[in-house]
Structures are given as C-alpha cells and as structure tokens.
Write a protein that binds this ligand. Structure first.
Ligand code: GRF
Length: 195
C-alpha cells in the first residue's frame, strides 16, 4: 500500500503527534510523517519529532496572535509542499488557518477537537461540557475549513463524564480517546486512498 505523506502541525505538548508516530512505527498506520512544524520555538511536539527522527522545524508565525501572518502561512505551505505532504494533520495547532493553507490543501487538512462537535467549539471544550452538566462528551476529527472547529466530521468517539470529574480528569480521559481516534481516522483515509 502506498504510504500517505503526512505533515503534522502543533503548538504544544504533542501527545496526539506521539500517538500517530507510534502507530506509524508499529505498522498499524500506512503513512509516513514527512515533517512536523511548530509555530512555538520550544514546543515539546518538536522534541517528539526528533525522538522519532522525523524532520521538524519551527517557523515564525508573525505578529498576529490567533492566526499566521500571510507571509508566514505561505512559508508553512512551501515547507509542506517541499517534502511532498499529502495530508496536513493539526495536532494542537493553536492558530486559525486561512486561504494560503486552505487553498493549497483543499479537503486535505484534518483537526482533532476535544468535544462532540458541533457541541462546544473553541477553547477548553471539556470545561464547557462539564459546565453544561452533560453526561457524555468526546472528541471529533474533522476536515478544516475557514471557521473555527467546523468542517465535515470524519470520526467521533464518546467519552463518559463521571460525577466526580475535574476538568483535568475529564481532559485526560478525552485525550486517551483522541490517541485512539486520530490514528484510526488517518488509517481509514489511507485505506480509502489506496482502494
Ligand atoms: C488536543 O486536546 C486536541 O483536541 C486539541 O488540542 C489538544 C492537543 O493536545 N485540538 P496534544 O498537543 O496533542 O497533546
């Protein structure tokens, strides 16, 4: 089976990136991580890339807080293209993508979000679910479009909310589900592409 070329973007601790790289290493995910890029110089996700010997880079995001400056976004596109990335994986990337990236990779950018979208888009979705008094939340993998935590849903996993949950305990349980769901969804896309 052809291995799908992945480019992983993240700003933080990179636990989803680690889960994906582990599945690739075990042979369960027929993909190849071509590059990991961060907008944060010392983000742990870059250390994870180095641990797995995946090419990695910090790219300057520019002066905006919640998105990349257009020039910076073009740099991201150039680097992803240069290494032959076919699918862009957002793994805790804390900036909204705009047209340079969306136009370069139409329907080829995935994100994972810690709620059952369309419920609770935005930051700290697990806190929103707790505050709403819900009994179940979860995580969602979706295609990225121009809106935040929006776009066609590809896969979801439910996670129970327990009576004594704190934000931390709930977030940890959701992350365990994320680490299963994200590689599974990517593997499904790889199989579809190969068939
Ligand atoms: C995850 O909870 C994901 O749902 C959200 O950002 C977090 C990234 O975590 N988009 P990590 O950096 O993969 O550990």
């Amino acid at each position: 089976m052809n291995r799908l070329g992945l480019g992983i973007l993240g700003s933080g601790k990179g636990s989803n990136c680690r889960a994906i790289l582990e599945r690739i290493r075990s042979g369960a995910l027929p993909a190849e991580a071509r590059v990991v890029i961060s907008d944060v110089f010392d983000a742990p996700i870059l250390d994870i890339a180095r641990e797995f010997s995946v090419p990695n880079a910090y790219l300057q995001p520019g002066h905006f807080r919640t998105r990349l400056e257009p020039q910076a976004e073009m740099e991201f596109v150039r680097m992803l293209r240069a290494v032959g990335v076919e699918l862009v994986i957002l793994a805790g990337f804390m900036r909204v993508l705009k047209s340079p990236m969306l136009d370069a990779f139409p329907k080829r950018i995935l994100n994972i979000h810690p709620s059952l979208l369309p419920k609770f888009p935005g930051l700290e979705a697990w806190k929103q679910a707790l505050a709403a008094g819900d009994k179940v939340t979860g995580c969602t993998v979706h295609y990225v479009d121009e809106k935040i935590d929006h776009g066609d849903i590809i896969g979801q996993r439910e996670v129970p909310i327990l009576p004594d949950d704190t934000p931390e305990s709930l977030h940890a349980r959701i992350q365990v589900a994320e680490h299963e769901l994200y590689p599974e969804v990517i593997a499904r896309l790889c199989r579809q592409r190969a068939s």
